[in-house]
Ligand binder design. Structure first.
Ligand code: DX5
Ligand code: ZN
Length: 234
């Protein structure tokens, strides 16, 4: 699928929940993917950590490649790594449809985002909770997605930081409707609605989905809460 049709599909489906595989049972990765597919997931969020930009190590290129072999769902690859520019081609080759890099890691964000697009992937930029919106503001026209972190990246299961709500609202105004807004960290039944109301299109959820027994019911409940808040005036 081309990047343009992927983005059109995601915009049309928004607000939607993106299960983050970080919280799944990695010993049964293919089974977990089949289960979230059957539960109605429209994409998979994959968290790549390097033990340098963030204090944890998770998955890398071979795992993205393995996931690609067992699903046709779009892969939303979140690079929490230093010097992401060195690995863009490898992640694209491995099957990433959407590649998000952290503004905190980029000396030249425009170049990196342009390179992601030139590889045929959708380009995302992310900002950590302490990073101001002003740090990404100049790059919005080079982005297909902005990922607002609502926890310090590195671990699943952390508490949602409400600073993300204000950032989503500001980015929604600044970025216009063509940029997808995503939020990641601590998304659950209580936080999904306020995020959607503030303008989030894609709600990344790890533990809220994978800690339950019924993925379909959880994804449906989270999506329905997001939808019901979506059009409420902020
Ligand atoms: C955190 C990751 C998240 C993580 C979210 O560094 O970027 O995608 O999986 O996990 P939960 O939903 O459990 O906060
Ligand atoms: Zn993530």
């Amino acid at each position: 699928m081309s990047s343009a049709s992927l983005l059109a599909d995601l915009h049309a489906a928004a607000p939607l929940v993106g299960p983050s595989l970080l919280a799944c049972d990695f010993a049964n990765l293919e089974h977990e993917i089949r289960c979230v597919e059957a539960a109605g997931a429209r994409l998979l969020h994959l968290d790549v950590m390097d033990g340098h930009f963030v204090p944890n190590i998770s998955i890398g290129i071979p795992v993205v490649e393995a996931v690609r072999r067992v699903t046709e769902l779009p892969l939303d690859v979140h690079l929490m790594i230093s010097e992401p520019g060195r690995y863009l081609n490898a992640f694209r080759e491995a099957g990433a449809d959407l590649i998000t890099v952290h503004v905190e890691t980029l000396p030249e964000p425009r170049e990196t985002l342009a390179e992601i697009r030139s590889l045929g992937a959708a380009a995302g930029i992310s900002l950590n909770p302490p990073t101001p919106v002003a740090d990404v503001q100049d790059y919005l026209e080079y982005c297909d997605l902005v990922l607002v972190m609502s926890v310090m990246p590195g671990f699943g299961g952390q508490e949602f930081d409400p600073v993300a709500i204000d950032k989503l609202q500001r980015l929604r105004d600044l970025a216009g409707p063509d940029v997808l807004l995503s939020v990641d960290g601590g998304i659950d039944h209580d936080t999904v609605g306020p995020c959607a109301q503030a303008g989030a299109d894609l709600l990344v959820a790890g533990s809220a989905v994978f800690s339950t027994n019924d993925y379909r019911r959880t994804i449906e409940e989270l999506t329905s809460r997001a939808r019901s808040c979506r059009d409420v005036q902020v």
